[in-house]
Design a protein around this ligand. Structure first.
Ligand SMILES: Nc1nc2c(c(=O)[nH]1)N(C=O)[C@@H](CNc1ccc(C(=O)N[C@@H](CCC(=O)O)C(=O)O)cc1)CN2
Ligand SMILES: Nc1ncnc2c1ncn2[C@@H]1O[C@H](COP(=O)(O)OP(=O)(O)OP(=O)(O)O)[C@@H](O)[C@H]1O
Length: 189
C-alpha cells in the first residue's frame, strides 16, 4: 500500500470510531500523558491545535497553562514548508488558517526557538512501534525534527499503530508514543 492509500485507510478507521469510543480512549491517553515525568517536568511544550479526527489537544493545552507551562504552536510557511513555533497565552491569540488549521496570530505572539521547546508533540496518522510515522503529507515535521534537540512524543489511538510503514531516508522517529493501550518507548538505533 502506498502512502496515499494508507492515509485514506487510517482516516476511515478514525472516522468509524463512535463518539463514546473516541472519548473513552482519549481520556485514557490524556491520563497516561499527565502521569509522565516527561510531561511533569517540561516547562515549554510545542503542540498543534487538533482538528476533527485528531486526539484532542485543547485540553492538553489548557492543562499546560494551569500547570504554568508555556505553550507554543506552529505557524506553517506554505512556500518553504517550514514551521516556526510561537507562544500562545490564550486561544484568542490563534486564528483559522489554511487547511482548516488554527495558527498563532503573528502580531500577538512571540517566536519560540527550537531549543526552548522541551517537549514536542508530533502529530501523525499512523505509527510503527519504532516511532516512525506517517503524517498528512506536508513534510513539515520531518523538516522540523532534523535538528530538534529535545524530547518528542506522539499520541495515537490503538488503530493508528500499524506493523509496517514505507520509511524514507528523511523520516525521523519519535521517542515515545502514548496510546490507549499504554506507552510505547521507541528504541532508536
Ligand atoms: N492539528 C494539526 N496541525 C498541524 C499539523 C497536523 O498534523 N495537525 N501539521 C502536521 O504536519 C502541520 C500542517 N500540516 C499540513 C500537512 C499537509 C498539508 C497539505 O497541504 N496537504 C495537501 C497534500 C500535500 C501532498 O500530498 O503533498 C493536501 O491535503 O491537499 C498542509 C498542512 C502543522 N499543523
Ligand atoms: N528533511 C526534509 N528535507 C526536505 N524535504 C523533505 C524533508 N522531509 C520531508 N520532505 C519532503 O516533504 C514531502 C512530504 O513528506 P512525507 O510524505 O514524509 O510527509 P509526512 O511524514 O506525511 O508529513 P509530516 O512530516 O508533515 O507529518 C515529501 O515530498 C518529502 O520528500
Amino acid at each position: 500500500m502506498n502512502k496515499k492509500q494508507l492515509r485514506q485507510q487510517i482516516k476511515q478507521r478514525l472516522l468509524h470510531m463512535t463518539k463514546e469510543e473516541r472519548k473513552k480512549k482519549e481520556t485514557i491517553i490524556h491520563d497516561i500523558l499527565f502521569q509522565q515525568h516527561l510531561w511533569q517536568t517540561a516547562q515549554v511544550i510545542g503542540i498543534t491545535i487538533s482538528r476533527q479526527i485528531e486526539i484532542d489537544t485543547k485540553c492538553i493545552i489548557e492543562r499546560a497553562w494551569q500547570e504554568g507551562k508555556k505553550v507554543a504552536i506552529p505557524k506553517c510557511d506554505v512556500t518553504t514548508k517550514q514551521m516556526t513555533f510561537r507562544e500562545i497565552r490564550s486561544f484568542q491569540e490563534t486564528g483559522r488558517s489554511f487547511f482548516d488549521l488554527y495558527e498563532p496570530i503573528v502580531e500577538e505572539t512571540r517566536e519560540v526557538q527550537k531549543d526552548e521547546i522541551e517537549l514536542l508533540f508530533v502529530p501523525g496518522l499512523a505509527f510503527v512501534r519504532k516511532g516512525y510515522r506517517l503524517g498528512y503529507g506536508g513534510g513539515y515535521y520531518d523538516r522540523y525534527l532534523v535538528d530538534f534537540p529535545n524530547d518528542t512524543i506522539s499520541l495515537a489511538y490503538d488503530c493508528q499503530i500499524v506493523s509496517t510503514l514505507p520509511v524514507e531516508q528523511h523520516d525521523i522517529p519519535v521517542q515515545m508514543i502514548i496510546t490507549n493501550e499504554g506507552i510505547v518507548v521507541c528504541e532508536n538505533e
